[in-house]
Structure formats: C-alpha cells, structure tokens
Design a protein around this ligand. Structure first.
Ligand code: PGA
Length: 255
C-alpha cells in the first residue's frame, strides 16, 4: 500500500495577514515542481480566509489548528466547523499536545471534535504523543493508545480511512530534539497495529500517520524513509518557505 506523504505546517500563533500572503506566495513557488507529496498549511484562524484565497488553484491545502465541537452556540471566543468549511478550510488539527497541556483538552473532548469534524467533511489530523516522563516510565504506547482509542471513539472504518494521525512526542516539540527514525518507526508501527485492531487491516493501511517534533530539512528524509511514517506535522520549520519547502522536497525524494 503506498500512502502519499503529507507534509503539513502548523503555524501555531504566528503570522499576520501580510506575513501570510508573503509566506504562501513564496511557498507556492518553492513547491510547485514537487511531485508525489501532499502539502498543507494550518495558519491561525485570523489568516485562514486570506490563506484560502491566496491558495485558490494551488494544490496546497488549508486547515485550522483547532475548532469547537459544536456547530454553533453561545461559546464566546470559539470557532465552529461550519465557519471553517465556509471559508474553504479542508482539514483541522485536533488534540495537539499544546491544546491538551495548555488548554485542558482531554481525550474525550478530542474524540467529540473528531466526530464533529468528520460530520462536516473536515479531515481531522488527530495528534497523540507521550511526554518525556511517560517515555521514561515506559508508558509511550499506553498513553498513545489511550489517546487514539478515545480520539477515534464512534468513528466508522470508512471515515477513519480518510483521516490523518500525527504522532508527536511532546519532548520533541519545539525542543530541537527529534525521535530517531527507529524510535519513531517503532511507535508508528504500533499505532498501525492498534488501528488494525480497532478497525481492520485495510483501514489501518490507508490511514496516514505523520511524525511531528522538530522536523527540519536535514532530518526529514531519514524519517520519511521509514515504512510507517507517512509525512510530517511541522511547527517551527514551517514558518519559513525555504525550510518548509526543503522538508517537502526531502520527503518526496525519500519515498
Ligand atoms: P515543531 O512543532 O516542529 O516546532 O517541533 C511540531 C508541532 O507542534 O506540530
């Protein structure tokens, strides 16, 4: 089963409207000749409409970094899936470790958001990953498995097949530390086995599992060469067109 690698940029709380236009113009140019890799960006909410406009006609996908679990209502400060699809967003990152750790999102809430996203034709990029302490206590797979089972609760196999998962060890996010290709592959293979158990073999083979955590142009190729690593969720290095394009290129060459 060949899964097309998917390189997605998570801009986090960065980029004004003018910086968004500049970065996307540069990125569009820089990756226009790359084949066999899907590219996606997740700007902040305020820049989504501008990003969707800037990328009209481009193969680069636009997504959000979060959303509320409901379609509408009295939820001051929140953004709904309907608002996201309305402006041309086609995916949403859910359960990122910063949302979990800094904004109190638990496994069950993430699961409800996944179901809402699917109901609105937004592709969920469901994130999971252990902290340093959990890794040292040999809890990596029990944590990841708990996060994924709750995150996928109620999701039927045919819908799961179109989803994207992101394994992001918390200790590697924004730290410059990266899981070694072997460490990452080991977890990715276990996640795929978990998916086969939760759904079926064909579904597990169809779901793309990205790696995230300090991915850079210099380490992308060796990560993407692993059989169960199907792309990257990139934070810091996605804020610069040359470094993000470098990751896209390296990933295309590695597969
Ligand atoms: P990083 O972030 O690439 O800056 O480590 C990854 C992420 O949080 O998705």
């Amino acid at each position: 089963m060949s899964r097309i690698p998917l390189i997605a940029g998570n801009w986090k709380m960065h980029k004004t409207l003018s910086a968004t236009r500049t970065l996307l113009a540069e990125l569009n140019q820089a990756v226009s000749d790359v084949e066999g890799v899907e590219v996606a960006v997740a700007p902040p909410f305020t820049a989504l409409a501008v990003a969707a406009e800037a990328l009209r006609g481009s193969a680069i996908r636009v997504g959000a970094q979060n959303m509320h679990e409901s379609e509408e209502g009295a939820f001051t400060g929140e953004i709904s899936p309907v608002m996201l699809t309305d402006i041309g967003t086609n995916f949403v990152i859910l359960g990122h470790s910063e949302r979990r750790a800094l904004f109190g999102e638990d496994d069950e809430l993430v699961g409800r958001k996944v179901n809402t996203a699917l109901a609105h034709d937004l592709v969920p990029y469901l994130c999971c990953g252990e902290t340093q302490q959990e890794r040292e206590a040999n809890e990596t797979m029990s944590v990841v498995s708990r996060q994924l089972r709750a995150g996928l609760a109620g999701v039927p196999a045919d819908q799961a097949a179109g989803m994207v998962l992101a394994y992001e060890p918390v200790w590697a996010i924004g730290t410059g530390l990266t899981a070694t290709p072997a460490q990452a592959q080991e977890v990715h293979a276990s996640i795929r086995a978990l998916l086969a158990d939760r759904f079926d073999d064909a579904t597990a083979q169809a779901i793309r599992i990205q790696y995230g955590g300090s991915v850079k142009p210099g380490n992308a190729a060796e990560l993407m060469a692993q059989p169960d690593i199907d792309g990257a969720l990139v934070g810091g290095a996605s804020l610069d067109a040359a470094s993000f394009a470098g990751i896209v290129r390296a990933s295309g060459a590695a597969r």
